[in-house]
Design a protein around this ligand. Sequence first.
Ligand SMILES: Cc1cc2nc3c(=O)[nH]c(=O)nc-3n(C[C@H](O)[C@H](O)[C@H](O)COP(=O)(O)OP(=O)(O)OC[C@H]3O[C@@H](n4cnc5c(N)ncnc54)[C@H](O)[C@@H]3O)c2cc1C
Length: 377
Amino acid sequence: MKQPQRQLRRDLLKTMGAGAFAASVSACAPMAPRSQQYTRPYSRNPWVAPRISMENIIREVVGHRPFRPPGFRVESEKFDDKIVVHNYGHGGAGITLSWGSSALAVRQTLGMEHRDVAVIGSGVIGLTSARLLQDAGWNVTIYTRDMARHTTSNVAGGEWGPFSSHDPEVSSDAYKSQLQFAARISHHAHTNLGGSDYGIHWTELYRPSETAEDGSEGEFAHLYPYEGVLGPGEHPFPTKYAHVSLTMMIEPATFLRRLTEDFLQAGGHFVIRNFAAKEELFGLSEPVIFNCTGLGSRQLFGDEALTPAKGQLVYMPPDPDVDYLTIGGGSSNLYMFSRSDVLLLGGTFKLGDWSTNPEPEETARIIAEHQRIFSGF
Ligand SMILES: Cc1cc2nc3c(=O)[nH]c(=O)nc-3n(C[C@H](O)[C@H](O)[C@H](O)COP(=O)(O)OP(=O)(O)OC[C@H]3O[C@@H](n4cnc5c(N)ncnc54)[C@H](O)[C@@H]3O)c2cc1C
């Protein structure tokens, strides 16, 4: 199966091989700290390397992205006297696409006379759907097995990037239009909420690479206000090039907490409940039901296209001096996100892996590869 776009970029880096990588590092061994020799293209701050070591680990975390090769599903379905609006399957981009996907889902209710709606699920998709429904005048109750802090949404790294939501070889042109639309709406909504209140801030994103071409934001370039390529000698990374752009960091814990507060303030209610089968949903009093159960839709609605993409993260203490993100620079799925609560390192993207345990060998790999990426700073 073809990999999501960001993964493809990372796999290009992987094909460089460890030897070439080490050689490029030693060939450029600096006399003085290299970060002092370079000027950052956007920020006025110096480059500061994150402190990465096994001793510095706070915690290892695992989450399962709700990956659906054809892409996320927004669609309504009629079951006797109930209308179910599906909004699930956002893979590695649910935080990013949340507002846009939920706007598409709420659009499905246009022309409906009812005013009471049940939203199932309290992750980022359930909460953004609920908020938009409230704004449109609906009375909303969220029924959920877990409150937001116990969901996959709270495990997310939180970088704004509409990638890894689908398999481009399987998804349709209609889906690609839907994705573009959702990304645009989401981008607009997230930028409106920028600031510490919602845990959203703009930041530089670096993508170390051996090629000048690999790494652009592709069909989403118009949503990145700054894009550039640093050539050899212009950056401290152990690769020939470093792509740089500006993007948003959405801190999941803050964002989800704030959405929860907004929902309650607007008169919403939570009911803690686990649904074992879709027939149980039809016993609810609300005539309209939003299905925002993420990976739970596999069991609830028998969607076998849904599969987990296991992601493993390694948390280090936060470091406010590290004011940028990196993606790539070694084997697949590497990233370093600097947030106010943690500095996190990823990761993995293991399709079909339901295991919930962190794997020590993955932690060791993630640490070692990131130590190499920042060894020239
Ligand atoms: C390691 C990792 C890194 C990530 N990084 C990013 C990133 O940087 N940027 C980004 O945009 N995305 C990222 N993601 C992806 C993002 O986390 C997901 O796409 C998103 O969380 C999906 O949200 P959701 O609301 O659909 O699902 P969830 O957060 O899983 O919420 C589902 C909700 O449904 C409820 N539920 C499920 N089944 C039932 C049931 N039977 N009965 C009652 N309730 C039920 C659950 O309790 C939960 O409340 C990452 C994910 C992982 C794992």
